[in-house]
Each structure stands twice: as C-alpha cells, then as structure tokens.
Design a protein around this ligand. Structure first.
Ligand code: ZN
Length: 278
C-alpha cells in the first residue's frame, strides 16, 4: 500500500491513480494526511477493499507526514559514511532531531541559506503503532511505512560550538524534504535491502544500499524506544550512506539546481534548490 498527500488531502495509491480517502470512505477517515497514523490498524484493514471506481484525488503532492510530534534522526549510521566523516563506527546510535518546521514535500523550492549546505539522502521511517521499550524482533511491527528524505545540513552550523549543534544545522526552513509517498514494508521487494541514491542535476552524488545500515530499522525503533515513547506519525531519518560533500577532497556543497533523491520501490523525491552562492 502507498499513501500520499495530494492537494493537501490523504490519498491512497491505486495503480497509477490516487484515491481521495475521505471521500472514498464516506468521511470515516479524515482528509488530514497526519491523522491516519492514529488509526493505522483500522486503515490497513479498510484500504484493500476500496473499489476501482472510488473518487480520485487531484492536486500536487505534498509532505505525506506533515505534522509528526517527533522527528528523530540518526548520524553516522553507514560504515563508509562514518569513515568519510573522520569518526569512529558508533557503538550506540547517534541521535538528534530535525525540527518539524523544516519539513517540505516533493516539488518544494528550497532556498540555500549559505554556500556550505550538504546533501544526505536517507530512508525515513514512519511510525504506525506507539512504541516504548520494544524488543528488536518487534521493531518492524511499529512501522507504518517508509519514505524518502533528505537531511540537508549546514556543516558550519552543525559543527559549531563546544558541542555539536546537529539539530540546529539540519533544521533551516526546507532542510527536511520528505516524500513522495509512504509505502508499507510488505509492498517492498526486500524492506531491509533497498537501493538508495541522490543526484544533483543528473550527476549521481550518493549511491548505496540500506542493507549497509549499522543500526537497522527494527534496531533503531528498539534503541530509540528504550528512552522515548514513539507515537504514530513520528519520523525517523535513519542516516545517510557515503558520498556527502563534506567527505570529499576538496569539500563540495550544494548549488542551485534539481536535487533528486531515490529509494527503490518508494520513488523519487525531487526538490529545486535556489539561492546560496556558487
Ligand atoms: Zn543525516
């Protein structure tokens, strides 16, 4: 199953078309794309029975999960990325937040506030069932679906100060593109091994596989939930593979253009970058 925000309303993918969930369910489910995660089990039971002539959704794709209560993000979660960052392979997940005010959807125009903004394509987890102190083997049970994200990062801000400021340097407006859709894990060929890549104006910048994650999706749900209560509709940015600009010699950062982030079986998240300095 695949869901998205179409014209600001919750939509269910049906082949090539999008069904308007509020209309197709005669008001049983809200049009608010965020609200569905609170009733995830009920929605999952209802969705397969939607008829082929259900009312269609129309409009632009937006942020599929627009108002998560919490957004957890994980640093250094691919071995080669930890190495290119000059850091040790972490023994525990490195956790920070991306403030929800930084979320944007597919097609967004993102202004680069500096010439030092880096790219990080990431697999993003959407929580579907509340989780607190969940064992690893139950981790996937708390996941509604997966989507594509970018963890845009102003490196100078991220690393400034006596302790790193990851959350601040990664939360400027537009720094958290997410989308185009949320896909349920059962709909993916192998939910633990997906090709993940990003490109700027067609030049491939990162190209990896999610099977190289140091802490897997179920492990992250388990480790985060040791401390936190994760709520339906919360997001976890799971970390980026190698190939970021900061790890290059010479260092390289984003310039205006089209940034395309892709994950196998989920789709392409395309945003336009403007401003900044060349
Ligand atoms: Zn990241």
């Amino acid at each position: 199953m695949r869901i998205a925000s179409v014209g600001g309303r919750l939509a269910l993918g049906q082949g090539e078309r999008w069904v308007d969930v509020e209309k197709a369910s005669n008001g049983r489910f809200s049009s608010d794309p965020q609200a569905v995660y609170e009733r995830w089990d009920e929605f999952v039971a209802w969705a397969p029975g939607v008829p082929g002539d259900a009312p269609e959704a129309s409009g632009e794709l937006g942020v599929p999960v627009p108002r998560p209560r919490q957004v957890a993000a994980i640093g250094l979660n691919y071995r080669e990325h930890a190495v290119e960052s000059g850091m040790a392979i972490p023994e525990h997940p490195v956790v920070f937040t991306k403030f929800p005010s930084s979320l944007v959807g597919p097609g967004a125009v993102v202004t680069l506030p500096s010439d030092g903004v880096d790219w990080e394509v990431e697999l993003v987890v959407v929580i579907g069932r509340q989780a607190h102190q969940v064992p690893v083997e139950k981790g996937w049970d708390h996941v509604a679906g997966l989507t594509v994200g970018q963890d845009l990062s102003w490196r100078a801000v991220q690393t400034r100060g006596p302790a790193p400021q990851f959350s601040l340097g990664k939360s400027y407006p537009g720094f958290s593109p997410v989308g185009p859709a949320v896909v349920t894990p059962e709909d993916l060929l192998d939910k633990d091994d997906l090709a993940i890549s990003c490109s700027l104006d067609g030049e491939v910048l990162q190209d990896g596989r999610t099977s190289d994650l140091i802490f897997s999706v179920p492990e992250l749900v388990s480790r985060l939930s040791e401390a936190l209560t994760l709520y339906p509709g919360d997001l976890i940015f799971t970390g980026t593979p190698c190939g970021v600009g900061m790890g290059r010699e010479p260092k390289r950062f984003l310039v205006p253009g089209t940034l395309t982030s892709s994950i196998e079986g989920i789709g392409e998240l395309v945003v336009t970058l403007v401003g900044g300095e060349a």
